[in-house]
Design a binder for this molecule. Sequence first.
Ligand SMILES: Cc1cc2nc3c(=O)[nH]c(=O)nc-3n(C[C@H](O)[C@H](O)[C@H](O)COP(=O)(O)O)c2cc1C
Length: 357
Amino acid sequence: MTIQERKAEHLRIVAEEDVSYGKSSLFECIHLLHEALPELDIDEIDTTTEFFGKKLKAPFMITSMTGGAEFAGEMNRGLAEAASKSGIAFAVGSQRVMLRHPEVSDDFRVRSKIPEGVLLGNIGAVQLAEYSPEVIKGLMDDIEADGMCVHLNVAQELLQVEGHRDFTGITDKIARLVDSIRGKILVKETGAGLSPRVLEKLKSIGVPYIDVSGSGGTSWTRVEKYRAPSPVLYNTGQTLSNWGIPTAFSLIAAKKILDDKTCIISSGGVYNGLDAAKSIAVGADIAGFARPVLLPFLKGGVESAKTYLESVLYELKTAMLLTGSKDLKSLGKTPRIIAGELKDWLNAYGWLGEKGM
Ligand SMILES: Cc1cc2nc3c(=O)[nH]c(=O)nc-3n(C[C@H](O)[C@H](O)[C@H](O)COP(=O)(O)O)c2cc1C
């Protein structure tokens, strides 16, 4: 099966099958306190922020997604346009295919669709064993991107018959890339989350942008189960279909472990503006959406994706006003209560303060 055929299959499964985690992101355990006297005017709420040195209208990004063979270009161009019109960032899906089949490179060259905005490239961490930092930088420059996402997807690889099985030496390869493309690397998971130990490793090699991409949204062990060619891979996909670290925990861990200079992205089951507001309240700088923005795009194109993003922004603004937060900095300090299962996760690390906050 070619890379393009595999990506087309992924897209069909993600659009048609039940690929959401059976357990949640744990955002429901974060409660923001209602402020009945906010003393704010919604028109003055400021949601702007900086990302990769550029200004965003809202603290959002469309995270990396690869399309199918024929659809990749249409998808990247459409989502880039929706992101540009909404004033948010856009990352293309894995550019690995460009290295094997340079004839498809135009599918990723979407700078004209997001001329002023933040555009990011993407490559798998496992590919860093095969290709030098210069080649990866070449991919970034080829599409005139502002930075490069490197994805970690061990659980997915293990469930693919054609996937990698050896994950040794990857931290060093990422460190080399960080050294050669200073300040422009975003390391992300793909829906299974980053543990405190992994966050420590990424901190030690100086990764400047980190997307926790935790569990609670799209489950890639589930996706791969639907295309498993053998009973062994099918059964393993079924058993591990809820494998991963809930996004809310991974996010709070990132805030505790990383220094203030690191930009933290919350994704994986971030479905709406309230999830985004909760993410920012516990430490995220940016909220990321993959499948939640892909589904409206597949149904109604750029306009539907844009409408979805408009709702998310209005939900965020509403949550900001209702918590008395005039800008994202104040939202980051708004009182919140942590309850339920998330409390157990945080207690295990001794991270729950006296007020349960
Ligand atoms: C159709 C599809 C394709 C994806 N392809 C990539 C990819 O090429 N590179 C990557 O880093 N992540 C990829 N992802 C993972 C997402 O960026 C994200 O980390 C994950 O889906 C969890 O976010 P969600 O719950 O908002 O979907 C893909 C996701 C989807 C839905």
